[in-house]
Design a protein around this ligand. Sequence first.
Ligand code: ADP
Ligand code: MG
Length: 238
Amino acid sequence: MAGLSIKDARKHFGTTEVLKGVSIDVADGEFTVIVGPSGCGKSTLLRSVAGLEELTNGRIRIGDRDVTGLAPSERGIAMVFQSYALYPHLTVYENMAFALRIAKADKVAIDAAVRRAAAILNIEPLLDRKPAALSGGQRQRVAIGRAIVRQPQIFLFDEPLSNLDADLRVRMRYEFAELHRQLGTTTLYVTHDQVEAMTLADRIIVMRDGRIEQVGTPRELYARPANIFVAQFLGTPR
Ligand code: ADP
Ligand code: MG
């Protein structure tokens, strides 16, 4: 495992600056949640860490490696989005095994990784099904399973629960907490849901308009918000 360090991340789309110098350190094994209103740059930041966007300026380190400029597959990261596209023609098992097959892992290792992830996520009975035969929550578990089997150094989650209904969202919240307890993987998790952030985070980063407003434990932010924006954002559950 390894920690994650983002130094002075800046990103322009044309003449618009959407990341205005963001620096974040996530300690080894820490679960850090980024919250902030829609459009403040959360996804752009995560996509930049994953290597799906190129920063205009800044450096990204994972453990002792500078990964700035590396291809996504070389970074040791697994990312789960809110719209989790599973391969519809493949079974759950094959969806989870896919990345390992591409990486030419051996059959026995693939089988062990898929079954271990399936056990953690409680989807062992679903391994032979196709995505069309799964509920929304089950599909999201498979998407997370695909991330787990790769045994990444870092998990990136971009609003992974926002397409699920409210009940399921609450249940999956506990599953994320349990997953982290079991695997301990360094995690950067983006949400615009304050309750999700307060429940899951070791540390919360509040973003607004391409900048960080405040960083702290849920307790610190709740007790001592740095300004009215943070207080209002964390204080009004939706
Ligand atoms: P969030 O995830 O916090 O809702 P985003 O990172 O998706 O915010 O977007 C931040 C800003 O960057 C928004 O104003 C969005 O319109 C803009 N943006 C995101 N991606 C692109 C892109 N590919 N081209 C131009 N503008 C973009
Ligand atoms: Mg987003």
